[in-house]
Design a protein around this ligand. Structure first.
Ligand SMILES: NC(=O)c1ccc[n+]([C@@H]2O[C@H](COP(=O)([O-])OP(=O)(O)OC[C@H]3O[C@@H](n4cnc5c(N)ncnc54)[C@H](OP(=O)(O)O)[C@@H]3O)[C@@H](O)[C@H]2O)c1
Length: 304
């Protein structure tokens, strides 16, 4: 099969297309014929880590890229119940999977059946490919902040992949959401359910909680009231607690049951899938370059 992996360090492009043996699902796993695979910030971290190792004198590791996949089940391993060949599904590939030979940016993707969820009627598979990583991250980080109950939540990076999903999920759960993003994103934030929008943290204070997807760290913490809550996206990089604020962070974990809920919310229009662009696997380098350049809204999606 064709798969996207990190490039040799001496090449100009960050990624390259390679040929790998077709994978076969083991017990409890399904094989997805990929229709769409989103490019995420995590892919850039994988590329940078590979280059770092090469720069340190080691051999350039060739790592599979892609954490988000949508497609059609085309083989199932022994013991799989509930997902059959031909079912359209989406999945977050386990975060450690890209560090092996192939990730989601490949013709065929193996995932535990428990990590996948059917894509509901009416949701385009290319849109579905943008849902797993960002919605699961948003949902799992929001869960760290306690009950909504009309409390005030600030989301930084609110127009981003994680932030945009967080605004919509939090508003639906009953938070009073303020989204921090550029002025040009405020229409999107309002549509997602934000009650207020801001472009800087100047004058912003007294929030019960902050979900800091833009890694503003201490500056974001200052906007939280005493004994409030802070959730960050990078364990180890979060600010130190002060004024009794609970500081937490987490790495997303695959969860097929929660993903089923996220895809249902997508079908209902609560979550808005956003695509920056779509390119076939053999033109994938363009998508990683464009994502690296920034300014994207939504996700670049690689197609088979
Ligand atoms: N914990 C986990 O498991 C997990 C999972 C997924 C992602 N992440 C991490 O979460 C972060 C966000 O990911 P993402 O996919 O949402 O990224 P994204 O789609 O690129 O969005 C990031 C957003 O943050 C904004 N931003 C960046 N720096 C800012 C600043 N100084 N002030 C205000 N806004 C700023 C950007 O705004 P502009 O575009 O306008 O600059 C952008 O809208 C990344 O660091 C990613 O690695 C963690």
């Amino acid at each position: 099969m064709r798969a996207i992996i990190t490039a040799r360090s001496e090449t100009d492009d960050e990624v390259e297309l390679t040929a790998l043996p077709d994978p076969r699902p083991a017990a409890g796993q399904i094989r997805i014929r990929m229709a769409g695979a989103a490019v995420n910030a995590a892919d850039l971290h994988i590329i940078d880590n590979a280059r770092g190792e090469a720069g340190a004198g080691g051999p350039a590791p060739r790592l599979g890229l892609g954490l988000d996949v949508a497609g059609v089940v085309d083989a199932v391993g022994p013991g799989v119940r509930g997902l059959t060949v031909g079912t359209p599904v989406a999945a977050l590939t386990f975060p450690h999977a890209p560090y092996s030979a192939a990730g989601a940016a490949a013709e065929y993707v193996i995932v535990p059946a428990a990590d996948a969820a059917p894509v509901p009627d009416g949701v385009d598979l290319l849109d579905a490919a943008t849902v797993p990583l960002n919605s699961l991250t948003a949902a799992q980080l929001l869960a760290l902040l306690g009950p909504a109950q009309g409390r005030r939540l600030l989301v930084t990076g609110a127009a981003g992949g994680v932030g945009g999903h967080a605004v919509a999920l939090a508003a639906r759960a009953g938070w009073q959401v303020t989204g921090l993003a550029r002025a040009t994103d405020h229409t999107f934030l309002t549509r997602a359910g934000a009650e207020k929008t801001c472009t800087t943290l100047d004058g912003e204070s007294g929030f019960d909680a902050v979900l800091d997807t833009a890694l503003l760290n201490e500056a974001a913490l200052r906007a939280v009231r005493d004994n409030g809550a802070y959730a960050g996206v990078f364990p180890g990089l979060e600010p130190a607690s002060e004024r009794g604020i609970s500081v937490s962070s987490a790495v997303v974990v695959p969860d097929g049951i929660l993903l089923r809920e996220m895809l249902a919310l997508t079908a209902q229009g609560v979550l808005e899938p956003r695509r920056a662009g779509t390119v076939p696997l053999d033109k994938a380098a363009h998508a990683y370059r464009a994502f690296r350049a920034g300014g994207h809204r939504g996700r670049w999606v690689l197609t088979n």
